[in-house]
Design a protein around this ligand. Structure first.
Ligand SMILES: Nc1nc2c(ncn2[C@@H]2O[C@H](COP(=O)(O)OP(=O)(O)OP(=O)(O)O)[C@@H](O)[C@H]2O)c(=O)[nH]1
Ligand SMILES: [Mg+2]
Ligand SMILES: [Zn+2]
Length: 290
């Protein structure tokens, strides 16, 4: 048996990337009986059935570190949240939603501030440096910063996420992929083309994926009162809160360490605004459930 990673699944076939190349595999019947569906990102062991063409069977699926539903993918180590410095303008709420979702799943977060040929990324850097997330200034057009980002993705499975038009596909093309970019991808979306989830092997044990039109976004598995735990930078100010279990919502700086840190510009205002908006949203869900 050899080790591999499922990079694509189509019509009952699973494509498994191994050190000996890519094998087209069927999954053993036992998985269906166990109610396990082989998923892109799964670390597997395969038996080679044929070498030319390369065919095999998936015999064993390792326990998953995590699994996302939309897109359906397992074992994501890292999310690169792609933000354009301009055109389109940064959507901070969207960025923070992506970050919270990654934190909920224990996924490492990097931020790629793209299109630095158009504008400096100082504002994005300022907000996220303070929050403890590494910001990579990059430019898909000139290639600036790509190597530095690549270095940090070595050995990981990484999903590139972010609003339409920020340059996810353009950046991935700098990794050697050949994805459609710009208007073409918009036309395709209009046609409701089915998009399959696919990992691309760009280096040893290193995989990347694009997430066009997917929302790794809907935060439902979190109580409003737990949300603060996924805004990492809040924790060190909680000692300044007057009440135990303070949610830092509607609080005065003199009663709340987080509110004070926002006032003192130690916590970014936009992060706190995202927090408030997400918190209200989660409360709203709760109401409907009752
Ligand atoms: N000036 C400039 N334009 C860029 C840069 N990167 C991407 N673009 C342009 O931005 C547009 C959108 O890029 P895409 O790579 O298609 O964006 P995307 O995030 O994949 O968008 P969707 O697939 O719709 O989600 C294209 O017209 C690119 O040419 C950059 O670094 N600088
Ligand atoms: Mg794209
Ligand atoms: Zn507080």
């Amino acid at each position: 048996m050899i080790d591999g990673t499922i990079v694509k699944g189509i019509g009952g076939f699973y494509y498994v990337s191994t050190e000996n190349g890519l094998y087209e595999c069927r999954a053993r019947g036992k998985f269906r009986k166990q109610g396990i569906k082989p998923t892109v990102g799964d670390k597997v062991k395969i038996t080679v059935v044929n070498e030319n063409p390369k065919e095999g069977s998936v015999d064993f699926i390792e326990e998953r570190k995590n699994i996302l539903v939309r897109p359906p993918v397992a074992n994501i180590d890292c999310i690169v949240v792609v933000v354009a410095v301009t055109s389109p303008e940064p959507d901070y709420f969207m960025i923070d939603k992506l970050i919270v979702n990654a934190e909920l799943k224990g996924i490492k977060v990097y931020i790629a501030a793209n299109k630095t040929d158009l504008l400096s990324c100082n504002k994005i850097k300022d907000i996220y440096d303070k929050s403890g997330y590494k910001v990579f200034p990059v430019c898909a057009d000139t290639g600036e910063g790509i190597d530095e980002l690549k270095k940090h993705l070595k050995g990981k499975i990484t999903a590139f996420a972010g609003n339409s038009g920020v340059g996810k596909s353009s950046l991935l093309n700098r990794f050697g992929l050949e994805l459609e970019t710009g208007e073409i991808s918009k036309i395709e979306r209009g046609k409701h083309t089915t998009r399959h989830v696919e990992l691309f092997n760009v280096d040893e044990d290193t995989f990347v994926m694009d997430t066009p039109g997917f929302s790794i976004l809907e935060i439902t598995e979190c109580e409003a009162s737990e949300l603060k735990n996924y805004f990492n930078e809040f924790s060190k100010y909680q000692d300044g809160c007057r009440f135990n279990g303070c949610d830092h919502i509607g609080t005065k700086p003199r009663d709340c360490g987080v509110a004070k840190a926002v006032l003192d510009n130690e916590i970014s205002k936009s992060r706190y605004e995202s927090y408030t908006q997400l918190y209200e949203g989660l409360k709203e869900i709760k109401k409907w459930e009752k």
